[in-house]
Design a binder for this molecule. Structure first.
Ligand SMILES: Cc1ncc(COP(=O)(O)O)c(C=O)c1O
Length: 360
C-alpha cells in the first residue's frame, strides 16, 4: 500500500529521544529553546514560541492579540477547521472568505468584501503549503492586523521572505501530515517581544516566571522529546523540500499527460510551495470521490479527502456563499506524497488514479 503520508523517523530521531530520556529533563528545557531559535531563523522572525499543536498556536495567538466576544475574524472557507475553532473558542465569529480557484487560498478580493466595522483581524492560510498572495492581501487589508496560519507551510517562500513571516503573528503545525513532525506540536512566530512574552505565559499556566501567575491559562507546552525530534527533522528540511519539489514536478507532468481535466493547485509567480500536499480537483464528469478513493485503495494506493468547506459545518454557525471552497471540499482528492517516496511510486499513483477515473 502506498500511504497518503509516511513520516520518516529514523535512528537519528531515536538517538535524540534516548538522550532526552536519559537526561531526565522532559519539558521546557534546552531542546525546546534550541528548536525555537532554529524555527525563528528559518521563518525570518525574531521570536518563536513552541507549543503542543498548531491548534494551540492559533488559540493562544488569537487570544494574545485580544480576539474576543463581538469580534469578527476573516478566515478562508476551505481548511481543516482549527482556525475557525480557535476563533469560536474565544467567543468571536469567523467570517468566511471564499478561496481562489487557481491557488486555493483565500481570495484577496473576498477579504476586501468581507471586512466590516467589527473585523478584528484577517487570518490568512498558506493552504497545503502554497504561499498566499502577500502583496495583494497587504493592499486589501490595509491597516487590519494579519495572522498567517502557516501550519502547512514551513519551508515555503514568498517572493522575498519565508512563509511564517507575514503579519503580526504566524503559526506552524508539526502534526505527522506536515513536512516536519514532532508527533504533535506547533509554534507561534512573531517579531513583537511583548507578544512573545504573553504567548510564553499563556502556554505555561499564565506564568511570567516560575510561580509568578499573571492570568488563568492552560498548559500548552511542547515536550523536550518533541523538540529533540523537531531539531533532527529541521536539519533535513532542505533535503525534504528538494525531494518534494522533484516528486511534485513528476506528478504535475504525469497528471497533465493523462488529459483527464484534472486541476492542480497553482502557485503565484515567483514563490515556492513546500508541496505539503499533492492534490487534484476532480472534474464534475468524474465518478463520485468515495468511489475513486475505493478503487485506488483496491489498487494499493491511499488517497484522501483534501479539505473541508467551513461554511458547511453547522457547529461553526457561519454559513456563507463559498462555491469554490464547496467544490474543492467535494471534489478535492489528496494523493500520496512523503519523504522517501520514489518516482516509481508517483507513477503507480497516477496509473491507479487513471484506472479509477476511466474504469466503467
Ligand atoms: C491550516 C491548518 N491550521 C491549523 C491546523 C492544526 O494543526 P494541528 O493538527 O497541529 O493542531 C491544521 C491541521 O491540519 C491546518 O491544516
Amino acid at each position: 500500500m502506498i500511504p497518503l503520508a509516511r513520516p520518516q523517523l529514523g535512528k537519528t530521531e531515536a538517538r535524540a529521544v534516548q538522550e532526552v530520556l536519559e537526561s531526565g529533563m522532559l519539558v521546557q528545557g534546552q531542546r525546546v529553546s534550541a528548536f525555537e531559535c532554529e524555527l525563528a531563523l528559518r521563518a525570518g522572525r525574531e521570536f518563536a514560541v513552541a507549543v503542543s499543536s498548531g491548534t494551540s498556536a492559533l488559540l493562544l495567538g488569537l487570544q494574545a492579540l485580544g480576539v474576543g466576544a463581538g469580534d469578527e475574524v476573516l478566515c478562508p472557507a476551505l481548511s481543516w477547521p482549527s482556525p475557525a475553532h480557535a476563533i469560536r473558542l474565544l467567543g468571536a465569529t469567523p467570517v468566511l472568505v471564499d478561496v481562489d480557484p487557481e491557488d486555493w487560498n483565500g481570495a484577496p478580493e473576498a477579504y476586501a468584501e468581507a471586512r466590516s466595522s467589527r473585523t478584528k483581524l484577517a487570518l490568512v492560510i498558506d493552504q497545503f503549503g502554497n504561499p498566499v498572495r502577500r502583496a495583494e492581501l497587504d493592499d486589501v487589508v490595509g491597516d487590519l492586523p494579519v495572522v498567517e496560519d502557516a501550519a502547512c507551510a514551513l519551508g515555503s517562500h514568498f517572493e522575498d521572505a519565508p512563509c511564517g513571516s507575514f503579519g503580526v503573528l504566524s503559526t506552524l503545525s508539526f502534526h505527522p501530515r506536515k513536512l516536519l513532525t514532532t508527533g504533535e506540536g506547533g509554534a507561534c512566530l512573531t517579531d513583537d517581544a511583548e507578544l512573545a512574552a504573553r504567548l510564553r505565559a499563556l502556554r505555561n499556566h499564565g506564568q511570567s516566571a516560575p510561580g509568578e501567575f499573571l492570568e488563568a491559562a492552560g498548559n500548552h507546552r511542547m515536550t523536550e522529546i518533541a523538540a529533540a525530534i523537531g531539531l533532527c527533522q529541521l536539519a533535513r528540511l532542505d533535503a525534504m523540500l528538494d525531494q518534494r519539489a522533484k516528486l511534485a514536478e513528476r506528478y504535475v507532468a504525469a497528471l497533465e499527460a493523462l488529459a483527464l481535466d484534472l486541476r492542480v493547485q497553482r502557485s503565484p509567480r515567483g514563490v515556492r510551495s513546500n508541496r505539503q500536499t499533492m492534490a487534484v480537483w476532480l472534474p464534475d464528469s468524474a465518478p463520485p470521490r468515495p468511489e475513486v478513493m475505493q478503487r485506488m485503495r483496491d489498487l494499493g494506493v491511499g488517497a484522501g479527502i483534501l479539505s473541508y468547506s467551513l461554511a458547511r459545518l453547522p457547529h461553526l454557525l457561519c454559513p456563507a456563499e463559498t462555491p469554490v471552497a464547496d467544490a474543492l471540499a467535494d471534489r478535492g482528492l489528496a494523493l500520496p506524497l512523503f519523504e522517501g517516496m520514489s518516482a516509481q511510486e508517483v507513477d503507480q499513483v497516477v496509473e491507479a488514479l487513471k484506472q479509477a477515473l476511466t474504469q466503467s
